[in-house]
Design a protein around this ligand. Structure first.
Ligand code: ADP
Length: 246
């Protein structure tokens, strides 16, 4: 196994309060890795450090063997490490196809002056349709984003993220606020996009974590409590205690 993303001695202090304390994390290439833990465990802070939305107080982060500790989110996106919804504000009045074409256009750095020109945007059609198919929205290509169900909107957000051609995706609570049907739809979608990509997600829904993740890191009070597959971490006494005590 080779590592896609590695953190060593990751630490974040907020005015003396240690939110993330000496965290080591290795996400192996081609896996779905979940970061879980009770409220206040430091998951969001950790996620923001790994995606470079926050700078660590100490520690080192490498992606594909390259030190990314000092790089910006845009820099690491260019390396193929992309946080979902990083650039992907979905425009409600545009269709699914138009949203994905626009994301592709931005990714390729074409001028905004062109963006209303059908002729110019149509050059992105083929790639856009590929991403739309991949997230299961083929039959909704011409629907306005605003008309989509919550789960399908999330799928569209993921399609616009795929336009950045990530090798690794970081998903922040992909199932938040979803009903069972959407949870199943997005789970299937994550499984599909993980076939040729690495995924790290923060997720509260433990059923989702159990069914999707190859590997799980459990945080509590800013520290790594346990790491392993679901069967292993869910039976660790310190994990059970942290969840009950939270
Ligand atoms: P989780 O996502 O696991 O619920 P967080 O990473 O949001 O945990 O928070 C971990 C701890 O750090 C909490 O005690 C929280 O209050 C604190 N914290 C998070 N962000 C800040 C901040 N910007 N300033 C001060 N404290 C913060």
């Amino acid at each position: 196994m080779t590592a896609a993303l590695e953190a060593r001695g990751l630490r974040k202090e907020f005015k003396g309060f240690v939110a993330v304390d000496d965290v080591d994390l290795t996400v192996e290439k081609g896996t779905i890795h979940a970061l879980i833990g009770p409220n206040g465990a430091g998951k969001t802070t950790c996620f923001n450090l790994l995606t470079k939305f926050l700078s660590p107080t100490a520690g080192r982060i490498t992606y594909e063997g390259r030190d990314i500790t000092r790089l910006s989110p845009a820099d690491i996106a260019r390396l193929g490490l992309v946080r979902s919804f990083q650039i992907s504000a979905v425009f409600p009045d545009l269709s699914v196809l138009e949203n994905v074409r626009l994301a592709l256009q931005r990714q390729r750095g074409d001028s905004y002056d062109f963006w209303r020109s059908e002729r110019v945007l149509s050059r992105y059609d083929e790639a856009a349709r590929g991403h739309i198919d991949e997230v299961g929205l083929t039959e909704f290509a011409h629907h306005r984003a605003a008309e989509l169900s919550y789960g399908r909107k999330r799928a569209l957000e993921i399609a616009t993220t795929l336009a950045l051609e990530p090798q690794m995706l970081l998903l922040d609570e992909p199932m938040a606020g979803m009903g069972q049907e959407d949870v199943e739809r997005i789970s299937a979608l994550i499984r599909r996009i993980a076939k040729n990509r690495t995924i790290l997600m923060v997720e509260h829904n433990l059923n989702v974590v159990a069914s999707l993740s190859d590997r799980i890191t459990v945080l509590a009070r800013g520290e790594v409590l346990a790491e392993g597959d679901y069967a292993t971490v869910s039976q660790a006494p310190e994990v059970i205690e942290a969840y009950i005590g939270a």
